[in-house]
Design a protein around this ligand. Sequence first.
Ligand SMILES: CC(=O)SCCNC(=O)CCNC(=O)[C@H](O)C(C)(C)COP(=O)(O)OP(=O)(O)OC[C@H]1O[C@@H](n2cnc3c(N)ncnc32)[C@H](O)[C@@H]1OP(=O)(O)O
Ligand SMILES: CC(C)C(=O)C(=O)O
Ligand SMILES: [Mg+2]
Length: 521
Amino acid sequence: MTTATDDRIWIFDTTLRDGEQALRASLSKKQKIQLAEAISRLGVDVMELGFPASSPGDFDAVQAIANSIKGPVMCGLARAVASDIHACGEALKAAERKRIHTFIASSPLHLQYKLRKTLAEATAQAVASIQLARNYTDDVEFSCEDAGRTPIDDLCYMVEHAISAGATTINIPDTVGYTVPTEFAHIISQLKNKVPNIDQARISVHCHNDLGLAVANSLAAIAAGARQIEGTVNGIGERAGNCALEEIAMILATRADSFNYRTQINAKEIYRTSQLVSHICNMPIQPNKAIVGSNAFAHSSGIHQDGVLKAQNTYEIITPESIGMRANQFNLTSRSGKHVIKHRLTELGYRDQDYDLQQLYASYIKLADKKGQVFDYDLEALVFEQSLQEQDDPYSLSQLTTQTDSSGQASATVQLTCHGQARSYTATGNGPVDASYNALQSIIEQPLEIVSYQLSAKGSGADALGQVDITASYAGQQIHGIGLATDIVKASAKAYVHVLNTAARAAQVRALKQHLQEQAS
Ligand SMILES: CC(=O)SCCNC(=O)CCNC(=O)[C@H](O)C(C)(C)COP(=O)(O)OP(=O)(O)OC[C@H]1O[C@@H](n2cnc3c(N)ncnc32)[C@H](O)[C@@H]1OP(=O)(O)O
Ligand SMILES: CC(C)C(=O)C(=O)O
Ligand SMILES: [Mg+2]
């Protein structure tokens, strides 16, 4: 399947699976769909949408995306377990092009302690799962988890059996980011030399970034014969993350003189997708991150600025425009209308269906009145905030007023609309956030305990938007809530209300599942 002259590199995006796995809270179906649409426009070849066996919510999200997005291959992850493969096959049923990705560990450490199996037993389980997966699709990917720490003969043994069983892509993950480039390239060359049926499968690699080598290892693997690179947008993923796909795409494009390979990535979508992933996943991008960091195209010192003014390429090897970053020619204030807001959002890469303009504009005007000038990150935060709201949210915060005395004691009056009914309560607390949480607690009655509270700024300056992320223990579950506002007390109350709405939706899904089970039995 791969030849020495084959210069086409497949890009396999796992932002929605490995990336999501690493978040403090799982994404909602609506957020996953929004990300999936952006990632598909980026031009990736395969999208790993989730792990359908892990929860009814993930099954539902994978199914919804697989049913609606056309173009890339839609993929789901499954352990080498029959029930996981069935869940994956069912979730992907309606996809135009589908792939089941199944895996089992091959390293002595994982076999002995985690799976408590021999290599032969794990291989037999892999073979059975691949054969089962082939009943759903001809496109089956198999991964030897922790391949980076697997003796080469063991790895060759498992890979050869997986290909004989029908795997068409063989993925070699460096699951814990342990290998270094020369060593990882050597693993790929040995597989190519030692596995007799290796030509019947595409070789893929999936590198983690624990030692900061995920991108370097992936490039070394390409030179050794890998033709699919797995990674995520902004490199998000378990622990230190995965290979950053935007870096791979831009390295191959910028250094075509060294790496004579092609991807189908539409580079102009990189910046927008990166911003969206950062917002929705609440994973800030470090300013000096390659390609998409806020400093990636900033020039601070005089000699550099002088050089760029004379010839941009003195200090820029890629242009911001090449990744879809566009300067804003309009100053956005409360005197701006809907047309210019829509125009700027389109420039930032949002489509009409990504937001409700009327609703967004109402929030925009309130924000512009408070802040004076509205920046791109404010607009993107408003779109993000809209993505958190569902049409049928049962709870909304209708009013919030607080007062604090010089000793720090505060009182808060909160009005919460619950299923259309407004309820108010006034409570005191150690500071306005505590007081408003006490008032909300009195309204909802059922105990809600805040397990963690995190405040971050969206944008810079005293008028930046505050984002509050809380984890709460409520109705027997740990639930994540997000709130955004210029006022951090309001952002805190919104995060609390987000928890209530998420809990209400989860209860609806559980009731529906129980109803379906009762009907089936
Ligand atoms: C490197 C990676 O990224 S792997 C992918 C990681 N992704 C996830 O874990 C997705 C989210 N996970 C989940 O939702 C849950 O862990 C589930 C649904 C997959 C499993 O839940 P549970 O059945 O409660 O098992 P739990 O997670 O506690 O333990 C994992 C079990 O799967 C087994 N297992 C792990 N990997 C595999 C595999 N590839 N194939 C078969 N079995 C496996 C473990 O040995 C353990 O089995 P045991 O119960 O016999 O000891
Ligand atoms: C499931 C596999 C491919 C994985 O994520 C890993 O090994 O890191
Ligand atoms: Mg991984």
